[in-house]
Design a binder for this molecule. Structure first.
Ligand code: AMP
Ligand code: MG
Length: 324
């Protein structure tokens, strides 16, 4: 069972876990977050595993200061103004990623944008001490409501995580508001802890509502990275000119002739496979192969989310339709 430590005495233990690639439930002003080092793929995979999420939707990366935020993302003037007005606080900004920022692709599900927020309280201090951003969705099993007390986190996830940091009941109790700049306009992607009217007052204009055509519905992004190459699942053989995305110790027939080759996890570890998925898909795609053949990947644990992502990549290409 997870240890529950009061925020005042949990910093060192939380740091040690995060530095070791493990995950920790922490209080923020919105709801409790399930946090992992956003630069560590195994840590991020553990977040999805502990939540039992059936798909890899992009997570919010949490920063300790504007300098860290600017190293990760490219701010337009409007977004910078919002950060100055509302950070630290329950506002998340979706921004273009700065290349080479070290953020693991599993955090953003392979997107070239990133959702960023600067939290108040324990999380802010922890991130500053760690010196790296934390990826943190709400600390609840997939499909359950967000936890606003350490006890609720422990009751739900206690068997799957080592530490819950107890900061008392979260003051806001709602997830963050998510906003994205689109040219000179701002779009509200998710209502949350800061009222849209407050944001509108701060910038002196109305927010666009709803999803623009072809733009992601939060959590089920149709604009997710899709490879240029065709994707063929459950491959037992490798055809002429095909790249191979392998898993485990048994190879598809003809694998030595593959145009390019990556193994998600030679030892068959689904956590390792999840952490390699987006980078390897992109690398095989860049090889110029016409098709990426993918070996069979089991459906247990993180395998469900891996198979979900791969089947989206293999589906007919019509990125104007949100996927469900
Ligand atoms: P959670 O961390 O569970 O509060 O969920 C994060 C929310 O942010 C989800 O609804 C995501 O779809 C959304 N999100 C994260 N990154 C992006 C992004 N790059 N673009 C659009 N939405 C995002
Ligand atoms: Mg949630």
């Amino acid at each position: 069972m997870a240890e529950i430590l009061a925020a005042g005495e949990a910093l060192e233990r939380a740091l040690a876990l995060l530095q070791g690639g493990d995950i920790v439930a922490i209080p923020t002003e919105t709801v409790y977050g399930l946090a992992g080092d956003a630069t560590n793929g195994i840590g991020v995979a553990r977040i999805f595993e502990a939540k039992g999420r059936p798909r890899f939707n992009p997570l919010i990366a949490h920063v300790a200061g504007m300098d860290m935020a600017e190293r990760i993302a490219v701010f337009d003037p409007l977004s910078r103004r919002l950060a100055q007005a509302f950070w630290p606080g329950p506002l998340t900004l979706v921004l273009p990623q700065r290349p080479g920022n070290g953020i693991h692709p599993l955090v953003t599900a392979g997107l070239d944008t990133i959702a960023l927020r600067m939290p108040r309280g324990f999380g802010g201090g922890l991130i500053a001490k760690l010196g790296r951003p934390l990826a943190a969705p709400s600390a609840n099993s997939s499909g359950r409501i967000s936890a606003t007390t350490a006890q609720a986190v422990a009751a739900d996830l206690g068997a799957r995580i080592k530490l819950v940091v107890d900061g008392g009941a979260t003051p806001v109790g709602l997830e963050s508001t998510i906003v994205k700049a689109e040219g000179e306009k701002l779009r509200l992607l998710r209502p949350g802890g800061i009222a849209a009217e407050e944001i509108e007052a701060a910038v002196g204009m109305g927010l666009l509502r709803g999803d623009a055509a072809g733009v992601e519905a939060p959590g089920m992004l149709a604009s997710h990275y899709a490879p240029d190459a065709a994707v063929r699942l459950n491959a037992k053989t490798v055809g002429e000119g095909e790249a191979l995305l392998a898993f485990g110790g048994q190879r598809a027939e003809g694998w030595r002739h593959a145009a390019a080759f990556r193994n998600l996890s030679a030892s068959g570890d689904l956590r390792e496979a999840a952490s390699n998925l987006f980078a390897y898909m992109q690398e095989l795609d860049r090889s110029g192969a016409r098709t990426i053949a993918v070996e069979t990947i089991p459906f247990d644990g993180l395998g469900e989310a891996i198979n979900d992502r791969l089947s989206r990549a293999a589906a007919p290409r019509d990125n104007t339709q949100p996927t469900t």
